[in-house]
Design a protein around this ligand. Structure first.
Ligand code: F6P
Length: 365
């Protein structure tokens, strides 16, 4: 198919994750080999607003497939509709609507289409640009795997591998010291990462936001294991997990972020309660950004390259304002705005949960 496209833009938005560079490479090389120029936008939407761009040629795109992070930089605090300008004399933050600036900069660079590699927050930020007439195509990424419309996102597989490795390793100390080992994983309001890592590592307890837990049930379960083998227990605890009738534990508020809440601390609370109620020595490990770092696993390189090249094909076909998605094993094109501001949570009867329950994993419910 021939195309009239001359230049494309690429940006990465939201938190970094393994596989972003593989996606940039997939998009960039697809375009360059068709004679189309590639403009990299730095630091997500902040770079589009501030007109900070970089040329992406074959040299810039070579050798990045295996690299973690994003060569373009990213940002999970900046939205075109709420751009942070600084503080006024009273020290209050000043925000402005920078949608027109984004549109003017996209026009200055003569972008025929903007490829947005991001999650639901980034796609929410894309909405006003789509509405203002900028053709956009989304490529889904996040370690949380919570983007509405796709069964898989770039970064999830690698983060699950890191989570699994950490939980595997905690078995040694748990077993040797007869302790309870609690490991807190990321994932925001969704439990995919904790569930998959917990299942893969054979964790004894898995706590996820979708299944509020009863701490007494968790304590009884780990206490009941005292007489089995060494009696240790491994608990995979999602940062968004919370007690029945309880609330999530917030670690930080970031005022100028489209999603200002950062979760964290529930692992520590669970560990404290278990030690207090059962007398079993308990320790906590919080994985934090370790889950987002380092080189992408082979599956993420494949997913990123497949998603990116499929996204480019959409542009060639003139199918704009779509997001590539994996649905029941098939690549599909979904409306990008359908993914904006929504979260794909773990269904309570998901086959991963049924599998974990079948091997006597406790969810604390
Ligand atoms: O969305 C990805 C994610 O890593 C979440 O799992 C986590 O809650 C959040 O981002 C952390 O954000 P930040 O990098 O701003 O601390």
């Amino acid at each position: 198919m021939t195309t009239t496209m001359k230049r494309i833009g690429i940006l990465t938005g939201g938190g970094d994750c393994p596989g972003l560079n593989a996606a940039i490479r997939g998009l960039g090389k697809s375009a360059l080999y068709k004679g189309i120029e590639v403009v990299g936008i730095q630091d997500g939407y902040q770079g589009l607003i501030e007109n900070r761009t970089t040329h992406l040629g074959i040299n810039e795109l070579s050798g990045i497939l295996t690299r973690g992070g994003t060569i373009l930089g990213t940002n999970n605090k900046c939205s075109p509709e709420k751009y942070y300008e600084g503080r006024n004399d009273s020290g209050e933050p000043i925000y402005s609507n920078a949608v027109d600036r984004c549109m003017a900069n996209a026009e200055e660079h003569e972008l025929d289409v903007l490829f947005v590699i991001g999650g639901d927050g980034t796609f929410t930020c894309t909405k006003p640009l789509v509405e203002a007439g900028l053709p956009c195509i989304g490529v889904p990424k996040t370690i949380d795997n919570d983007i509405h419309g796709t069964d898989l996102t770039i970064g999830f597989t690698t983060a699950t591998r890191i989570g699994t490795m950490a939980l595997d390793r905690l078995h040694s100390t748990g077993d040797s010291h007869h302790r309870v080992m609690v490991c807190e994983l990321m994932g925001r309001n969704s439990g995919w990462l904790t569930l998959a890592s917990g299942l893969a590592s054979g964790s004894d307890v898995i706590l996820i936001p979708e299944i509020p837990f009863d701490i007494e049930t968790v304590c009884k379960f780990v206490d009941g294991r005292k007489n089995e083998q060494s009696g240790f227990s491994i608990i995979a605890c999602s940062e968004g997990a919370h007690e029945i009738n309880g609330t999530q534990v917030v670690s930080k508020h970031i005022d100028n972020s489209p999603d200002p809440i950062r979760l964290g601390g529930i692992g520590q609370q669970v560990a404290h309660e278990i030690e207090k109620r059962t007398g079993i020595e308990t320790r906590t490990t919080t994985l934090g950004h370790i889950q987002r770092g380092g080189e992408p696993a082979a599956t993420d390189r494949v997913v990123a390259t497949t998603f990116a090249t499929a996204a480019f094909e959409l542009a060639i076909e003139g199918q704009f304002n779509k997001m590539v998605a994996l649905s029941d094993g098939h690549m599909e094109a979904k409306e990008i705005l359908d993914a904006a501001g929504k979260q794909r949570l773990v269904p309570k009867d998901h086959r991963f949960i049924r599998a974990a329950r079948a091997v006597r994993t406790c969810f604390g419910d």
